[in-house]
Design a protein around this ligand. Sequence first.
Ligand SMILES: CC(C)(COP(=O)(O)OP(=O)(O)OC[C@H]1O[C@@H](n2cnc3c(N)ncnc32)[C@H](O)[C@@H]1O)[C@@H](O)C(=O)NCCC(=O)NCCS
Ligand SMILES: Nc1ncnc2c1ncn2[C@@H]1O[C@H](COP(=O)(O)OP(=O)(O)OP(=O)(O)O)[C@@H](O)[C@H]1O
Length: 202
Amino acid sequence: MVTMTMVVGLTGGIASGKSTVSAMLKDLGYSVIDADVESRLAVEKGEPAYKEIVDYFGEGLLQEDESIDRQKLGAIIFNNKEERSKLNSIVHPAVRKRMNDQKAAAIERDEQLVILDIPLLFESKLTHMTDRTVLVYVDENIQLARLMKRNQFSEEEATARIKSQMPLDDKRQLADHIIDNNGTIEKTRIQLQNLLQSWKIV
Ligand SMILES: CC(C)(COP(=O)(O)OP(=O)(O)OC[C@H]1O[C@@H](n2cnc3c(N)ncnc32)[C@H](O)[C@@H]1O)[C@@H](O)C(=O)NCCC(=O)NCCS
Ligand SMILES: Nc1ncnc2c1ncn2[C@@H]1O[C@H](COP(=O)(O)OP(=O)(O)OP(=O)(O)O)[C@@H](O)[C@H]1O
């Protein structure tokens, strides 16, 4: 029997709870393709994007083992729109290719549901890669507090990262479904289960 694979784009903002929701989906056995993981792999030494980054940003960006110092690169790009666009133009095509290849493999396996976890789904206009979109939403004050706590960021560092993305309130208008992650993890889990049930997936 041939199953139609449903491709869901899972998005949110930095520290809004995407990984928390994607971990629940993985526990249920679904394939989750994570843009952050793929963007790490795409800039490993030997990859074309690695060379482009070093050529543009300079060797000062490298650690002793010649891998890219992500903290240093983050400090540059989250405080400068032009440098961020430059990095995006180097990394995003490689990430898109990696994700599309994995999506095709999941469809080939006749999987019922595959999830693309993409923080910049709306900013990068990638909804065409998905059948429907789910936004993991939190209020900005909670997002700021969770980000500062998780990454040990100052308020200034955390705010720079949040401001580098489309506001979650604007993403609300674009998403097909919203999971409100302001409450407890259990409340979030129930919303996810209801969503899967509404899709007749579980
Ligand atoms: C700047 C880098 C080196 C910082 O690495 P670091 O390990 O500290 O963070 P990580 O990659 O885990 O990203 C954490 C979160 O930051 C946000 N973020 C990352 N890159 C960007 C960006 N270019 N614009 C806006 N937000 C971003 C996302 O919400 C992401 O979930 C890294 O994020 C990067 O290479 N970014 C460019 C690629 C990219 O856009 N990745 C996001 C998904 S494709
Ligand atoms: N409902 C919740 N209640 C309390 N803490 C939460 C809740 N959801 C997530 N968190 C915590 O908030 C932080 C951010 O969550 P998570 O890592 O899932 O976000 P994310 O959207 O995947 O972030 P990023 O895009 O930056 O990787 C984590 O430390 C997580 O443990």
